[in-house]
Design a protein around this ligand. Structure first.
Ligand code: KIV
Ligand code: ZN
Length: 524
């Protein structure tokens, strides 16, 4: 027997857009809808037409432009709303109206407080069923696909909910939405509610049950899956889980859970999961909500390994620490994030990927330098590593070694620097001032080495991103004969990088002079 299909009902453009602080333009909605259609969703809830002319326009535009997907419009159980939906979806090849009202006592008492809905809660509840039936009948005059939402089902009296559902199915509703509007439900409880609907609503075979869960307690995805396990065959969700308050169930999480644990759920979706990453980026960008690095499936760390034990296991066998492949969700390939906790194996692996073949001793030296950088930065990037290596492998004889550097500068004070330079004969310490912090450091180095090469060129650049980026300083000096020598220095502190570059250049000059004045390197 083939596995049941779960319909994926996307509400990024409606409930997702209700997230505080976000508003999508009509053109943006069209772009996202095109991407959702590539992704393979079954239904796109395009908006709430009566709420604003822009929402009406968006639903109308998507109805004209998007084919192969059902375009759905939201309404309250109010004639004017439903008529606006009817007009907006008129051009859609496949359309749906999603209408409904609150069914919990809190909603009925609160929203229908006006005496015209009845003087007692009981009367109001009877009236609500009548309004629901009328709404469904009116919606059916525009489209054959009518979904009814029982807002706040998560806190409703189940007996009343069954009564409402039976009535709206009789009136022509084809899909029954059981929203946990306030994100109040617990998975076992919500699962039981869905199951009981399957058992207690006599005409349930004429409709499909949909789940619509909010994330106020962080259980939207778990509740949606509990619903699926108990008979729901449509899941309402949004990309990145965006939506009212804490948001809706994240589509990428629901779908990947179903796919990854097919053994458990035994259902399928038509989603082409390879589009998840791109869709997530597009929605994040257009709604202006960044995706958290640790967000499941689409976060930048979702396939990143950092700690030594994990990196070691992952590099030996991917499955040790990955239950999904990044390519299955269109994410860039798994990466080892180099941090102070990564370990030698991870660093060696990355160096090999970058094309370096190093001896055990070289690797150890690089690793020690890597640790110094990693302690200062959160993440060590490829360019950091390359800079460390070029600094390391280009080393010439260290006639002079910068052992200590202290610079003080600021507004209204003369920059001063003090350095300790180590030589084979001991350590020389000098302190002096200068026109700026780098100039002061260079002056102190000149005094400590007793050398005064001409500085031909000096440059500094950030080799990596972020405020803790590594800076690479390059200095070209020339000796009395006009021969040029290039020095480089790398550090997260640009003054230190500059000083190291200067000492490096001086070492090259001195080494060359010892070797008979051969130039070591000339080009910047
Ligand atoms: O959360 C909710 O109850 C809703 C309905 C309008 C479907 O979004
Ligand atoms: Zn909702």
């Amino acid at each position: 027997m083939s596995a049941d299909k779960i319909q994926i009902f996307d509400t990024t453009l409606r409930d997702g857009e209700q997230a505080a602080g976000s508003r999508l333009g009509v053109r943006e909605k069209l772009e996202i809808a095109r991407q959702l259609s590539r992704l393979g969703v079954d239904i796109i809830e395009a908006g709430f037409p009566v709420s604003s002319p822009k929402d009406f326009e968006a639903v109308e535009l998507l109805s004209r432009e998007i084919e192969g997907v059902t375009i759905c419009a939201l309404s309250r159980a109010v004639a004017a709303d439903i008529e606006a939906c009817g007009k907006a979806i008129a051009k859609a090849k496949k359309s749906r109206i999603h209408t409904g009202l609150g069914v919990s006592d809190i909603h009925i008492a609160g929203k229908f407080s006006d005496a015209k809905y009845g003087l007692t809660l009981g009367k109001k509840k009877v009236n609500a069923i009548r309004m629901a039936v009328e709404a469904v009948k009116l919606a059916r005059s525009f489209t054959d696909s009518v979904e009814f939402y029982c807002e706040d089902s998560g806190r409703a009296d189940p007996e009343y909910l069954y009564e409402m559902l039976e009535a709206v199915i009789d009136a022509g509703a084809t899909v029954l939405n059981i929203p946990d509007t306030t994100g109040y439900a617990i998975p076992a409880e919500y699962g039981n509610l869905i199951k009981s609907i399957g058992e207690k609503v006599p005409n349930i075979d004429q409709a499909i049950i949909s789940v619509h869960c909010h994330d106020d307690l962080g259980m939207a995805v778990a509740n949606s899956l509990a619903g699926v396990l108990n008979g729901a065959r449509q899941v309402e969700c949004t990309i990145n889980g965006v939506g009212e308050r804490a948001g809706n169930a994240a589509m990428e999480e629901v779908v990947m859970a179903i796919r990854t644990r097919k053994d458990f759920f035994d259902v399928v979706t038509d989603i082409n999961t390879k589009h998840f990453y791109r869709t997530s980026k597009m929605v994040a960008e257009m709604l202006g909500f960044e995706v958290a690095a640790n967000k499941a499936i689409v976060g930048s760390n979702a396939f990143a390994h950092s700690s030594g034990i994990h990196v070691d296991g992952f590099l030996k066998k991917r499955e040790t620490y990955e239950i999904m492949k990044p390519e299955d969700v269109g994410s860039p390939k798994s990466k080892v994030v180099l941090t102070a906790r990564t370990g030698r194996h991870g660093v060696k692996h990355r160096l090999e990927e970058l094309g370096y073949t190093l001896s055990k001793e070289e690797l150890e030296e690089i690793y020690q330098r890597f640790l110094v950088v990693a302690d200062k930065k959160k993440e060590v990037f490829d360019d950091d590593l390359i800079a460390i290596i070029s600094d390391q492998v280009r080393e010439v004889e260290h006639v002079y070694e910068l052992e200590y550097l202290h610079v003080s500068c600021g507004t209204g004070i003369v920059p001063t620097a003090s350095v300790k330079i180590k030589t084979k004969d001991g350590t020389i310490q000098k302190a002096t001032d200068g026109d700026g912090p780098v100039d002061a450091a260079y002056q102190a180095i000149r005094e400590a080495t007793g050398l005064d090469p001409k500085i031909e060129k000096y440059s500094i650049r950030a080799v990596t991103e972020g405020k803790e980026a590594l800076g690479e300083a390059t200095v070209r000096i020339s000796n009395a004969d006009g021969k040029a020598f290039l020095g480089r220095g790398v550090s997260t502190d640009i003054i230190e990088a500059s000083a190291k570059a200067y000492v490096d250049a001086i070492n090259r000059m001195v080494s060359a002079e010892m070797l008979g004045n051969e130039e070591i390197t000339l080009e910047l």
